[in-house]
Design a protein around this ligand. Structure first.
Ligand code: BG6
Length: 483
């Protein structure tokens, strides 16, 4: 059966910056099933020629270096059609259906629009007969801004579509190294016996960015770092780091293990708020090689806001494997570098053999880089070559760099996610239960911030974030490891 892809919000930022390039990469990798047609739907009318010119312009601007070529574009552009209409209006969808969609095409609908209108769109799709049992719906985070709002949005979608038809995207799960976590943990037997609180001192997950809120200010101000990054991307990465081996690699098995992790997150209540959380907001500074305004002065001037652009948390997973292991996660905008990594710091050996040589912070570490470079490093102690009577030790890193993989790579996380929707594989998509559990945990932190009236701490753009984030670890004798 042939596949049609309908992108609602087809002239928006997400579609232009991520979705068309991802589909183009599928073509480039010869992975786009034959006869697949792509429809970009928007309310604002556009001529087909102008639409294609715009998609091409953004593709060139946002596609990875050297991946654009005219021949592939020509082939790809033949599959692209602009359709004008309002997806909340059944008559508009009916018109599009009658003009373009035959009976023997499977339909994938990507809702690249705010979740507030998902319910209306679902009803329109139902009324015009596009909500067939084979139809798949792809939705983006943030799904709501609390557990309550998520459940309301989800109920509207679930009234029309079954869970098997709903693909909740978290593009971090499409990143190669994030998927590689499963291979690292479950295809290499050496890690399993030591992957627990007996051997691991602490876990750190860092996702820092140099960009600011910029032209997404209004959206960002409603969202903040907690809802934009922690509730979804960082918690999902944490799930893959911490979950038990799934029974299989299918969606049900993997998602149920991730859900168990989320449900075991120890609540951070108002009493723990000061000791376990840091909220920051960037002030003017220097980032990306230039002077940049503070969050409150972005775009057109002075505003007030207590929205966090930085969050650091200390958390715990209260289960047999992890109880007692602190987990530190942090994310923020306008920091000193764009850098995402997972660090597993092992406990230090109690042996007295090398007490002179081993100073305080010299534990073995497993460092998994997600971006900008992908790779895995293991920090080891090594004997320095030489004739010294006292065996001298040095820090060395065993390096499993994926730079060759990266060179060969002709896709991004969204490509992987799209391909899985086309293949009807939900393993990398987030279940309703997971989103609900993540909100439940995050909601408590918001309640704690509110109860304690916790204000954001300013940090200079281009810095490492608020000093309090360093103290979160240093008061326990630890430090952030910046691989
Ligand atoms: C998005 C957030 O989900 O992820 C953005 O909304 C953020 O604020 C982006 O910049 C980061 O994604 P990546 O893949 O560039 O790390």
């Amino acid at each position: 059966m042939n596949t049609d892809i309908l992108i609602v919000g087809g002239d928006g930022d997400l579609a232009l910056r991520k979705l068309y390039p991802a589909l183009y990469y599928l073509k480039l990798n010869a992975c786009m099933p034959e006869n697949t047609r792509i429809f970009g739907m928007a309310r604002t009318p556009s001529e087909q020629v102008a639409f294609l010119a715009k998609v091409k312009e953004w593709l060139i601007a946002y596609s990875a270096a050297n991946l654009f070529n005219e021949d592939t574009w020509l082939e790809f552009s033949k599959t692209l059609t602009f359709v004008q209409g309002d997806s909340t209006k059944p008559d508009d969808l009916k018109r599009i259906k009658e003009t373009h969609f035959g009976e023997n095409h499977e339909l994938i609908i990507y809702l690249a629009v705010p979740p507030l209108i998902f319910g209306k769109i679902a009803t329109s799709l139902e009324l015009c007969g596009l909500a067939k049992p084979t139809t798949r719906i792809v939705v983006e985070k943030p799904l709501g801004d609390s557990k309550e709002s998520f459940l309301a949005i989800n109920a509207e979608l679930a009234r029309v579509f079954s869970e098997k038809q709903l693909f909740r995207i978290d593009h971090y799960l499409g990143k190669e190294t994030v998927q590689n976590l499963m291979a690292l943990r479950f295809a290499n037997d050496i890690f399993e016996p030591i992957w627990n609180s007996k051997h691991i001192d602490n876990i750190q997950i860092t996702v820092t960015e140099t960009v600011g809120a910029g032209n997404r200010w209004d959206f960002y101000d409603e969202t903040g770092a907690m809802r934009d990054m922690i509730q979804n991307h960082l918690l999902q990465v944490l799930c893959l780091v911490a979950m038990e081996p799934p029974a299989d690699l299918d969606a049900d098995s993997v998602r149920s293990e991730k859900l168990k992790v989320l449900r075991c997150l120890k609540p951070i209540t108002a009493e723990d708020i000061e000791g376990c959380t840091v909220r920051g907001q960037y002030a003017a500074g220097h980032a990306e090689g230039q002077d940049v305004p503070g969050y409150l002065e972005e775009e057109e001037g002075a505003r007030e806001s207590n929205t966090e652009t930085f969050v650091a948390l200390k958390l715990e997973i209260a289960n047999w494997r992890w109880s007692g292991t602190p987990i530190y996660i942090r994310t923020g905008k306008r920091l000193n570098r764009r850098h995402s990594e997972i660090v597993i710091e092992f406990k230090q050996n109690k042996s007295k053999l090398f007490t002179k040589q081993l100073t305080q912070n010299c534990a073995n570490q497993l460092i998994i880089h997600l971006q900008p470079d992908e790779g895995i490093h293991i920090r080891m102690k090594n004997k320095k070559a030489g004739l010294d009577a006292n065996m001298q030790l040095e820090d060395r890193y065993m390096d499993l760099s994926f730079s060759d993989n990266a060179k060969a790579k002709k896709h991004d996380a969204y490509t992987r996610m799209f391909y899985d929707v086309i293949r009807n594989n939900q393993t990398l998509f987030v279940s309703a239960g997971e989103v609900e559990a993540a909100w439940e945990w995050v909601d408590q932190i918001f309640a704690g911030w509110k109860a304690k009236n916790q204000k954001v701490m300013p940090y200079v753009a281009g810095s490492q974030g608020p000093e309090a984030a360093v103290e979160l670890l240093s008061r326990e004798g630890r430090r952030w490891i910046d691989g």
